[in-house]
Design a protein around this ligand. Structure first.
Ligand code: SF4
Length: 257
């Protein structure tokens, strides 16, 4: 099955997001390969070319800090319309070496040129091991973190993390952050994260983390593994209702109509 092409620049979009409206993406990863600390079985960019939490050997392939800042200033001064500017792209944005410095810079640029524009982050949670990343999260309007599993085993099967990424540590670090959003991709087929046991343990982890809100999805785009099946909208809706009543946390199901 054909997966989506990688983003070819520092900025992409704006894309119409079900959650964010018009969202302009910032890609801090290389433009010719996927560099991520996860290799999720459902990733619409396909297999992770370089799966690592340590980006030291790849610095020269990343966009330079000054280039990123200049590109953002130019777009913020332009007439292009967008509601959110969102860190996402060809891998995990919080692994960018100057991520926290960039958040500071983006806040200044936003306040100067487009004070109404919101800043979002779509992260797989692995960068939270760094103090400066955790501090910068507090300054982002919509910090969204991936949690696709209720157990270490399911985490390994679905997200296939790089060496050094620890599931328990991620849950613990997420539980220490206030006001975050959790995003979860649920999949049926093989592998899957929707057995009753998986779901019950996932709800338990949500109770530990206490996010502001949880957004659950299934796959709507091509994925690299044809054994994976989409969770139908009716089942997603039921899981959201069940989770909300069991955890007391607002859980929204997102699906294409
Ligand atoms: S964390 Fe995101 S970019 Fe990385 S492999 Fe998973 S879905 Fe793809």
């Amino acid at each position: 099955m054909t997966v989506l092409p990688l983003q070819k620049d520092i900025l992409y979009g704006p894309i119409n997001s079900r959650r964010l409206g018009k969202s302009l993406g910032i890609n801090l990863m290389p433009i010719n390969y996927k560099l991520c600390s996860f290799n999720c079985v459902y990733c619409h960019y396909g297999i992770t070319d370089k799966c690592t939490i340590d980006l030291k050997s790849f610095i020269e392939d990343l966009p330079g800090f000054d280039d990123v800042v200049k590109t953002i200033i130019d777009i913020m001064k332009s007439r292009l319309e967008f509601d959110y500017i969102t860190f996402s792209g060809n891998g995990e944005p919080t692994l960018y070496p100057d991520f926290s410095k960039l958040v500071e810079e983006l806040l200044k640029i936003r306040d100067k040129f487009r004070p109404k524009t919101k800043i979002a982050l779509l992260s797989n949670s692995s960068g939270l091991i760094y103090n400066d990343i955790r501090e910068s999260i507090l300054k982002i309007d919509l910090p969204v973190f991936k949690l696709d599993a209720g157990t270490h085993d399911t985490f390994k099967e679905i997200n296939r993390p790089a060496m050094g990424v620890d599931y328990k540590e991620i849950v613990d670090l997420l539980s220490k952050l206030n006001g975050i959003f959790i995003q979860t991709v649920l999949i049926d087929g093989s592998p899957r994260n929707t057995t009753k046991e998986d779901i019950d343990l996932y709800f338990e982890k949500l109770k530990v983390i206490q996010p502001k809100e949880v957004h659950i999805y299934s796959i709507d785009r091509p994925v690299p593994n044809s054994e994976i099946k989409k969770v139908p909208p009716g089942k997603l809706k039921k899981l959201a209702e069940e989770g909300q009543s069991k955890t007391g946390i607002k859980i929204k199901a997102f699906y294409l109509k």
